[in-house]
Design a protein around this ligand. Sequence first.
Ligand SMILES: [Fe+2]
Ligand SMILES: [Fe+2]
Length: 673
Amino acid sequence: MEKASHILTRILLGGKLEDKLAGAKIPLHEIEWDTPAFQMPEEPGREGNLKPVSSKTAEKNAFPKKSELKNDSARGKLLHFFANHELLAIETMAYTLLKFPDAPLEFKKGVMKTIQDEQRHMSLYLDRMHEYGVDLGGVSLNLYFWNILKTMRTPLDFVTRMSLTFEQANLDFALEYAKLFEEEIADEKTAKLLRVVHDDEVKHVAHGLKWFNEWREPNETEFDSYQKLLPFPLTPRRGKGGSRFFAAQSRKDAGFSEDYVLSMKVAGGSRGKVPDYFLFNPQCEIESQVSLSVPARAKIADLAPLMLWLAQEDDVVELPKKPNLAWLSEVYDLKGELPEMVYAKFGEAVPPSAGKYIAFEELKPWGWGESAWKRLSEVKEKLRKPPQFSKEDPLTKFFSKAWWKNELKSRDAEVFGRVLSSEKVFEEWQSENAAPEDRFLLKAAVSTSGRGHLEFSKAMLADSVLTEKIKKRIQSEGSVVIEPLLKKKIDFSIQYEIFASGEVKFEEPRFFLIDSHYQYQGALLGNWGGGTRYETEWRLIRENLRSIREQHQKAITILKEQNYVGPVGIDCLIYEAPDQMLKIAPLIEVNVRFTMGRVANEIERALGRKGGQKQAFWSMVNKSRLGPGDLDREFQHWMPTTPFEDAQSTWSVVIWDHSILTEGKIEEFIRKC
Ligand SMILES: [Fe+2]
Ligand SMILES: [Fe+2]
């Protein structure tokens, strides 16, 4: 009989490779489970080429890219990374058994068996690495797993952190690379090795899961328990592999519930980058003045999941409630890894689950309205880059059509119309020359999606009821904006983002559609040039893109002078001039916030990665009018961009189907929405 404590202390404290492989071949029934007191070391014993290297130096030894794996040394390096994980697993498992001598014998035997598997994996990796010309120590080793595991207080902590996190992630890594070596590199031997590791890993995770379910709070779901038990900075995201590869079947084979597997698939969270915090407050322009109706709130809650398209996988997105898993899984399949979601209802404080982050890079609200400033005040201490403009700036400047009109005019930008700042100015404007049939559009200085728009012709101003109404609005609103109503052919917008570095990113122009009440209806995604119904308009934009951008640059410069950082969408339109020529109005509206156009760009990008049809149509849909069944009947290719099941009134879809190119098809669809 061999004493367990001898084997384990040798593994943990010994510094040589032979020590780490101690007991690898001893049958389990020949191990005597003694329980001597043991002083835990700060770090595992490591000598010579097993010595860990500080993370700074280690950065030089970057994880090899998939494209580099054609050459042997990169393959050797990759296996070295995996061998490092085996070594850490061996040590932390030995540590666990020494630390918890009173754990159930069955558990201890299971962990010992796992250690022996890891020792075998380690040897297999070392042999194969050697054949590639890389030996142990050829790439630096770290103590990552050790550092996370050394603070564990119970065997439950061990199965949560090791089996359900690092070993679970290895299901993805091992399988993804096994497939890569099989399919793209045609390296059978390494592929086989990785398959062996993967299949053993399923058993290791299964073992951990069995005890996890034995020890955790039984009234919670597997996933909720898991999330709760993970210590900062671990998130469920750490229990997954690199990106866009998710071994769902392996997890099912390990015994996880369906709900857990889907929850893991869509789980996001930072893996090191300081996250941005996203907040959906599309009412930003008016929220300080108007209290929202119940239907308006419902619509906002319905559309909040759109933020998932805007945020990156390392970010945090605040939502009013958790979207259903099936939908999230569909988004994952199109977009890839999702951001972390935290939940707060309308008007509630920042959710406690966001509290685990020590820092956020930026707060990224839809726009800088009241609720964004409220969040800011709650997370201010954690924010690395708070806004550099004042709380008054959005309402008095960025959201004000009057402010923009004056600012842009002062820079000779191509803007139409003028600001009516008093009754006197209105009377002056009235006396200006215009034909009776000329039409005009009056807009509130600050409003959202067409609220307060008023259309009329010059002739209609003869009616004193109308002129009085306008005067009253000037009185109560301070100023309004008046523009000639152009004979519109189609709207389009260009999305920009101004970064703190001063850099400006821009998207390609895209057409969008609004209804007769100026409510946003959807966007045309992709290239609507050659051969499509909007060919002429598309060409006109392409031909004038440089001058459009020059005009937009004026707005960007103004915003930069105001220290604004964040998204901007500029609406433009194509109209028919009196001479019947098509012309471009490049500065219809400057939206200093995220816009539906920006969401559309991100959906287009996700769609683009999938390949396929170049043109797509993204649209808001009234739930009571159209459901998934109707779309299935009409279109072959579509997907919900917000969840239908969760929606109270509104959902949204993207359609990429040849039929949308048909004249009238989009209009017909919109009528049904
Ligand atoms: Fe292993
Ligand atoms: Fe393992």
